[in-house]
Write a protein that binds this ligand. Structure first.
Ligand code: 13P
Length: 247
């Protein structure tokens, strides 16, 4: 059986004071019978690491460089993330694909760099509303995932995949459990053809996951947890989602 994983993606939110309150609330509410992680802005990783010491929660980053090291001003390498204890790094979030022009290949290269340093990449895929309305959902997510599978080779079984329909992110529109499950099944089948680890890999759903819809989403056979944006910023909401994921 796959153990559910719930990841909070704080995006560009937080402050030292707000983070302390949020993490304090989570520490009081946990632990849960599920894997739980928070992916926080770079400046707060070290303090998050301290705050989570002695808990079952782990932490990660929201992006990394595809480069090993060197003259790349402003970039953060996966070796650095490993050095400070990050367990996960989100790569290919639709906000980075859209606002920072990240290509499928760049996303795949970032995932490869992360794995090379023992940081598990959470690779995001998802279609826009226009692509869904044009009936291209399957083709889009398969193309995005295929580049990563090709680039990682046999290591692709080590990643976490997150299906995040762009139209559901931060909009309050959630994919129905059936809509999400059908895309997750497509992704699982694609992974099955690539790695014998496909049946143990986690495929997360992200896009307006809230305490009141989480349980039904997580009940779907190929949904193995969530990548949570807005609701990850409130301890009570994130804790309720972690409870819904507990098995
Ligand atoms: P929301 O949960 O705010 O819709 O964000 C989802 C997301 O983008 C997580 O990475």
């Amino acid at each position: 059986m796959r153990r559910n994983l719930v990841v909070g993606n704080w995006k560009m939110h937080g402050s030292r004071a707000a983070n302390a309150q949020l993490l304090g609330g989570l520490k009081e509410a946990g632990p849960w019978n599920a894997d739980v992680a928070v992916c926080v802005p770079f400046p707060y990783i070290a303090e998050t690491a301290l705050a989570l010491t002695g808990t079952a929660m782990v932490f990660g980053a929201q992006d990394c460089s595809s480069h090993e090291q060197g003259a790349y001003t402003g970039e953060v390498s996966s070796a650095m993330l490993q050095d400070i204890g990050c367990r996960y790094v989100i790569v290919g979030h639709s906000e980075r694909r859209a606002y920072h022009a990240e290509s499928d290949q760049l996303v795949a290269d970032k995932a490869k760099a992360a794995l090379a340093h023992g940081v598990t990449p959470i690779v995001c895929v998802g279609e826009t509303r226009a692509e869904r309305e044009a009936g291209q959902t399957e083709a889009v997510v398969k193309r995005q995932l295929a580049t990563v599978i090709h680039t990682l080779g046999h290591c692709c079984g080590e990643m976490v995949v997150a299906y995040e329909p762009v139209w559901a992110i931060g909009t309050g529109l959630t994919a129905t459990p059936e809509q999400a499950q059908s895309v997750h099944a497509v992704l699982r089948a694609q992974l099955m053809a690539a790695t014998d680890r496909a049946s143990v890999m986690r495929i997360l759903y992200g896009g307006s996951v809230k305490p009141d819809n989480a349980a039904e989403l997580f009940r779907q056979p190929d949904i193995d947890g969530g990548l949570i944006g807005g609701a990850a910023l409130k301890a009570a909401d994130f804790a309720a989602i972690c409870r819904a994921a507990a098995q």
